[in-house]
Design a protein around this ligand. Sequence first.
Ligand SMILES: Cc1cc2nc3c(=O)[nH]c(=O)nc-3n(C[C@H](O)[C@H](O)[C@H](O)COP(=O)(O)OP(=O)(O)OC[C@H]3O[C@@H](n4cnc5c(N)ncnc54)[C@H](O)[C@@H]3O)c2cc1C
Length: 490
Amino acid sequence: MPGSVLHAPPMPTAPVTPALLDALRSIVGDKGLILDEHEKQPFLTDWRGALTGQAGAVVRPADTNEVSKVVRLCHENGVALVPQGGNTGLVGGGTPWPTHQGIVLSLGRMNRVLAIDPIGYSITVEAGCLLEKVREIAADHDRLFPLSLGSQGSCTIGGNLATNAGGVQVLRYGNARNLVMGLEVVLPNGDVWDGLRSLKKDNAGYDLKHLFMGAEGTLGIITKAVLKLSPPLKDVCTAWMSIRDLQAAIEILSDAHQASEDNVGACELMTRAATDMVLRHIPGVQDPLKGDSPWYLLLEWSSSRARNDGTEGMSEKMENFLAEQLETGRVLDAVIAQNETQALNMWRVREGVAEAQRAEGPGLNYDISVATSDIPRFIDEGVKAAIQISPTIRPYQLGHIGDGNIHFSFKWPANMAPAEMLELSPKVTRAVNDLIVSMGGSISAEHGVGIEKLDELARCRSKTELDVMRTIKRALDPQNIINPGKVLRL
Ligand SMILES: Cc1cc2nc3c(=O)[nH]c(=O)nc-3n(C[C@H](O)[C@H](O)[C@H](O)COP(=O)(O)OP(=O)(O)OC[C@H]3O[C@@H](n4cnc5c(N)ncnc54)[C@H](O)[C@@H]3O)c2cc1C
């Protein structure tokens, strides 16, 4: 995390020699090789500009065959490689360590949609496809690919699956791993595992695809995927409301499932502080509901059934629901988007937070999850614990409240010296993570472990769990050449 000292674990030390470069060039050609220091920089620095590493070369293969040959070459020479998609990850999983001697393997050129089957609700893509492109192509065929993230214009399917990304539709459709039928993966020795099956049911042995999803590129390189599609949403209602408190938020969501007839698509928590930060930094965004209430919800209900038969649609249901919730005192004020522009604006407020946080200055971000009903207690105790360590720290809590996933964030005061941030960061982290563990929660709900949570994962998970993870890693990658120093210290 920005502001704390990260100690590199032991790494494979075989360097990229001129002979290895020649061999790489013979596989991927000049088009697939970046050696210029300036051109390499975007691949060596993470999205936030918080972490920077090294690599002898950035290698950009054009297809699975080239990936396989590059990985085999690295395997034979003990050269480490860091897989990378859109480089939008928020924990440094795709950023090489400063001590990295090997290559970055960027999948960005492998961006073809290979097949779409609207009748069978599936799409087959290469790993470097941008998430937005997959969503657009599905929509062109009157289908929905429901994974939706603020970074969808830049992140890739390979990165989404490697991080088991969450986003704003998990409540209904599940995490990225729930949207996958089959995978093709290049293993650490260069062999290709062809699991590119369009099967909804497949109990023939271990379900290997789930090993590679969420592994953050430490077990193999995802090269292709068969993804599940859904019917497109034809009736959508988006509302923004100020609410009494956090307990009200989870009660509103609890009631919403039935009132919407199981059509809750998203339920996002915002604070006044986070909303104001977005309004300060993201041009063109409007405040959906002026006021000084501390807590807000973005609630979206959606159905694939078009409302042209005179029956009550999502907007009418939402209006009735909000009127009831106003009466209970849980909702203080509310506005329903009257058109797509207003709905998009509400989403821009929520999804503009990551960009606004980057512009606002240094801070601490914890992507945590606890049981949904524990959220009020977690936020209350977590904020108190952080303030006890640093009385001037500014909380910006928000997140996917329906998934029990809070982006528990803080900004340092503008005048704080970097040395003081460096001293306080580990103390706040320790207090927050101890609280999470005591509540049976997770220190990483959707962003992964990467570099940033390496040591905290080792502290927060049992020896048994870590031993199983290490055994799997060593079995597949005995030389530790695939994304070394991420997720686990070996
Ligand atoms: C504005 C913004 C909003 C975001 N919102 C969300 C959100 O709501 N939910 C969420 O979950 N995340 C979110 N993220 C984080 C990030 O976008 C996701 O983690 C995304 O899935 C990463 O995709 P990527 O292609 O950029 O992967 P990268 O950042 O390039 O890589 C991420 C990890 O995956 C590995 N990897 C990448 N490609 C492959 C591959 N083909 N095979 C094997 N391993 C691979 C890398 O080594 C690394 O460990 C957000 C980020 C930003 C900047």
